[in-house]
Design a protein around this ligand. Structure first.
Ligand code: AMP
Length: 194
């Protein structure tokens, strides 16, 4: 299956994507993870993206589309993939459609995790505390200032994707304010009907 997961920062996309990987035998393609890995490795693309990411704004469509296009050609994507954090603009969604058409592939389902924005900052702070307690490195953009900017970017650039996918009949929504298990159940339901 080829799936897109939509939702604002802190909606639980990463958690749910990880579960789908185990359950459906597909790979998780998180553009945020790929960009953080590129930044940590000090590649030219990573270095270019790092300052933008740390401030909570979006990296250019060109960079991200290039990364995804290259990644989905890898063998491990043959059985399907779940895109987490991509597309994030209508231009990226159009590029994804074009890219998949070129490769004779289709998107099976777009799932939006709908959440109450007022709960998001608390979730991000919780994630940062948990990471710290586990001895991990807290993301540079998991702080109130960068988070505010990420939310602005989401509202302005990513929220219009719901209409983009709804117009083509591909959008399913789930209630992201429920427990992780219940959200997972709703996602499974949406995918089974796709
Ligand atoms: P995420 O891990 O999905 O929260 O992404 C972290 C950061 O990586 C974002 O705030 C952006 O700066 C950058 N990023 C990740 N995915 C994209 C994308 N599809 N388009 C543009 N920037 C992205």
């Amino acid at each position: 299956m080829r799936i897109v997961l939509l939702g604002p920062p802190g909606a639980g996309k990463g958690t749910q994507a990880g579960r789908l990987v185990d359950k459906r035998g597909i790979v998780q393609l998180s553009t945020g993870e790929m960009l953080r890995a590129a930044a940590a490795a000090g590649t030219p693309v990573g270095l270019k993206a790092k300052a933008v990411m740390d401030g909570g704004s979006l990296v250019s469509d060109e960079i991200v589309i290039g990364i995804v296009s290259e990644r989905i050609d890898h063998k491990d994507c043959a059985n399907g993939f779940i895109l987490d954090g991509f597309p994030r603009t209508v231009a990226q969604a159009e590029a994804l459609d074009a890219l998949l058409a070129e490769k004779a592939m289709d998107l099976d389902c777009v799932v939006e995790i709908v959440v109450d924005e007022s709960a998001l900052l608390a979730r991000i702070e919780h994630r940062a505390r948990e990471t710290e307690a586990a001895g991990g490195e807290v993301r540079k953009d998991d702080n109130p200032e960068a988070f505010k900017q990420r939310l602005v970017a989401y509202r302005k650039q990513t929220a219009p994707l719901s209409a983009y996918y709804a117009d083509s009949g591909r959008l399913r929504t789930v209630d992201g304010m429920q427990s992780i298990e219940e959200v997972a159940r709703q996602i499974d339901d949406a995918l089974d009907k796709a």
